[in-house]
Structures are given as structure tokens and as C-alpha cells.
Design a protein around this ligand. Sequence first.
Ligand SMILES: CC(C)(COP(=O)(O)OP(=O)(O)OC[C@H]1O[C@@H](n2cnc3c(N)ncnc32)[C@H](O)[C@@H]1OP(=O)(O)O)[C@@H](O)C(=O)NCCC(=O)NCCS
Length: 153
Amino acid sequence: MTAEPNLLAEGDIEALIKLDERCFPGEPFASSWWLKAAQQRGANAWVLQQGAELVGYALFSRVLDEAELLRIAVAPEARRQGLGALLLQHAEQALLAAGTVQLYLEVRASNTPAQALYQAQGWQLSGRRADYYPAETGREDALLFSLCRGSVD
Ligand SMILES: CC(C)(COP(=O)(O)OP(=O)(O)OC[C@H]1O[C@@H](n2cnc3c(N)ncnc32)[C@H](O)[C@@H]1OP(=O)(O)O)[C@@H](O)C(=O)NCCC(=O)NCCS
């Protein structure tokens, strides 16, 4: 059974690192990132459990009234069940409640599942950075998405 997302706690980090390695082979975040996120005041990382398993996570970085989605993932066997959307909506609500007005993210141009998720959640394509990411052959563009839920002066 899927619960609501929870704020990342230090006790989640071991399972989170294993999931991150599965979801981003060859490019997992360092454990120090997760530890810092778990210890931060005004935390901005969430995890999702299904039974005893950690099946998803989302990590944002927040500065003043802006937040950037750094990473979101759902375990391969748990995808297309609405869990990515659940994580994103939960994080968005928590960030807005904490005073965030503008959310943004960068995503590989080839990552069509993630782009479909963001668009389904109301994020708008707002730009492109050419050759931003290293790719298997050469480099690939980043697409920029943003979500504005408040008034930006
Ligand atoms: C991107 C990711 C988090 C989506 O998680 P998910 O739990 O499968 O997404 P959801 O089930 O909540 O999908 C919600 C909607 O997004 C869209 N979507 C998600 N995955 C899709 C796919 N593979 N193809 C097309 N549309 C997709 C659909 O509109 C979907 O709604 P639907 O299932 O009713 O059609 C997941 O594919 C993943 O972990 N990918 C690897 C990590 C990654 O690339 N993260 C993003 C960059 S940081």
C-alpha cells in the first residue's frame, strides 16, 4: 500500500542511495547530499514508501521564494501508477506552503517520460540550454520547465 510522501529522514538514506543508484545508473548523488537534505531546516526532500519498500523520492533546492527540482525518481517496477505525480504534487504543496512562488527544473531533452510527467502536472516549457548534459555520444540539450503558483514582482 502506498502512503503519503514523507520528509526525508536520516534513517531513509541507505535505501534511498540504493534506489538512486538503480534509477540513475552511473550518476547517483553523493550520500552527503542526502544527509544534508535530511538534516536541513525547512527540508525539501521527500520519500515515498510502498509497504516496507522505499519506491520514490524528490529532492528540491530552495532559495528565497524559488525552488529547483534537482531529482525525482520512482522505482522502475512501480512506475506508471501515479507515484511520480503524487510526489511532485506533495512537494509542490509543501513548498508553496513554505512561501515558494516559482518552481523550475532542467531535464534532458531525451527524457520524454519525465517531460510528460511535468507537463501533466501543469509545468510549462520555458527554455532550452544547448549541449548542457554529457550524453552517450557527445552532448544533449536541457529543456527548462517552470511552474508559477504565486505572484512574481
Ligand atoms: C519520470 C518518473 C519519475 C515518472 O514517475 P511515474 O511514477 O512513472 O509517473 P506517474 O505514474 O505519476 O505518471 C504521471 C503522468 O506522467 C506521464 N508519464 C509518466 N511516465 C510516462 C511515460 N513513460 N511515458 C509517457 N507518459 C508518462 C503520464 O501523463 C502519466 O499519467 P498516466 O499514467 O495517467 O498517463 C519515472 O519515469 C522515473 O523515475 N524515471 C527515471 C528518473 C528520471 O528520469 N527522473 C527525472 C529527471 S530528475
